[in-house]
Design a protein around this ligand. Structure first.
Ligand code: ACO
Length: 375
């Protein structure tokens, strides 16, 4: 009991072997299945990356076309799901709706959900349907119906079309596609670990993804970019960044979008998104987010020696694309579902129940007191 060593937060604990993603925390590199994230962000698409994660190799053009057709055929929301979602309070948080939707799909689509060593049917279905659920959330609050969206659109363009009626700007599509690539997997982060823990009991794929969505919801994981935008709202102009950030640090508050359990240098995803925040901001004639963020970076690095993580610039990019703040974390899920499902499939192939131990620090020798004799 008392002499067990506790690794709080499982920090530095290596829990399993995986061939999906490598993070070089000291060198600031992120590798999916052998490919550097910078190459993937510069040259590939989200669909190629999802294929890479699921199948372990980049697709040929024919394989990519087939994947895109399969995703397009799997986007529709079943009427049973719409009935359930229509019953939820209209002001429900989008992450709560998303979690409920994935959980309900497990009942409506038990065949796709089943644990299986090689089946990726459920992975495709969840990846295809999550943007439609986001579209439903966004349209419901503006009392509009999800329009029929051309199946030939890329995944990123489908997400944009599900959220807004505006014509899709190729730069917006490119920016979102890169953001989706960057978020698709990240080794044993908290939500992926939650998914693998659930899968390791031989539970079904949809239950594992429900666990993951619930875990992603927390502000220390998926919700940080929303808080970054709240900080920028408070800062208003770059010249106020110093004062606002220092005041928060003096109150021992964390500055969202900085620090990482694994990266000890700048998160490579932050470097790429900084570039895109500048590119999209320049194209739209609004560099105000970029300028405030640069100033915040300078102050946080000087005061705390901390580097930006993926969440620092993603919120600015999404805002410039017209995506509402409370959909930032659901957008994260739209991408990470590729990694979650790849991890669950990997878990099924080499299954070992994940069950750590706790160092018990409570009493062990109390005498049972009958209920009427208790003080
Ligand atoms: N702002 C201010 N101080 C910070 C921050 C931050 N963002 N991050 C870490 N620190 C400080 C801590 O206060 C602590 O200081 P102390 O030793 O003086 O108490 C020290 O750095 C170490 O912090 P830990 O919490 O031990 O580091 P950990 O590895 O557990 O934290 C985490 C990682 C949770 C991401 C943390 O950096 C954080 O809270 N960041 C803000 C939230 C955020 O941006 N999350 C998104 C992460 S990326 C993702 O999930 C997609």
């Amino acid at each position: 009991m008392a002499d067990l060593t506790v690794q709080r937060g499982l920090e530095d604990v290596v829990a399993l072997e995986s061939s999906l993603t490598f993070i070089d925390g000291k060198g600031g590199r992120l590798i999916y299945r052998g490919y550097d994230i910078r190459d993937l962000a510069a040259h590939s698409t989200f669909e190629e990356v999802a294929y890479l994660l699921w199948y372990g190799r980049l697709p040929t053009r024919a394989q990519l076309d087939e994947l895109r057709h399969r995703l397009a055929a799997l986007r529709a929301l079943p009427p049973g799901l719409l009935q359930i979602l229509d019953e939820l309070p209209p002001d429900s948080s989008p992450m709560d709706v998303l979690r409920t939707a994935v959980s309900a799909l497990a009942l409506l689509e038990p065949a796709e959900s089943q644990p299986g060593a090689s089946s990726i049917g459920g992975a495709l279905r969840l990846t295809a349907v999550l943007p439609s659920i986001l579209g439903y959330i966004q349209r419901r609050r503006s009392s509009k119906l999800l329009p029929s969206i051309p199946p030939e659109l890329s995944h990123a363009a489908y997400v944009l079309a599900a959220l807004s009626d505006r014509p899709i700007d190729p730069l917006d599509e490119g920016a979102l596609d890169v953001a989706l690539i960057l978020h698709a997997d990240h080794e044993l982060n908290a939500s992926t670990f939650a998914a693998r823990v659930t899968a390791s009991t031989l539970s079904d794929l949809y239950s594992a993804i429900t666990s993951a969505v619930g875990t992603l919801k927390g502000p220390l994981h998926g919700g940080a970019n929303e808080r970054v935008m709240e900080l920028l709202d408070e800062i208003r102009t770059p010249d106020r960044a110093e004062e606002v950030v220092k005041a928060r640090l003096a109150r021992h508050e964390r500055i969202m979008g900085f620090g990482h359990r694994v990266y000890k240098v700048e998160d490579p995803r932050a470097t790429i998104l900084r570039d895109w925040a500048h590119r999209v901001g320049t194209a739209k004639g609004d560099l105000s987010y970029f300028e405030r963020l640069r100033k915040v970076e300078e102050v946080v690095h000087r005061e705390k020696g901390l580097y930006p993580n993926v969440d620092l610039y993603s919120g600015a990019v999404y805002t410039l694309l017209g995506i509402p703040k409370d959909l930032f974390t659901p957008i994260f899920a739209v991408s990470r579902v590729a990694g979650w499902t790849a991890h669950v499939l990997e878990e099924y192939q080499d299954l070992r129940l994940i069950r750590p131990m706790a160092n018990y620090v409570g009493p062990t020798d109390l005498s049972y007191v009958p209920i009427d004799a208790r003080a």
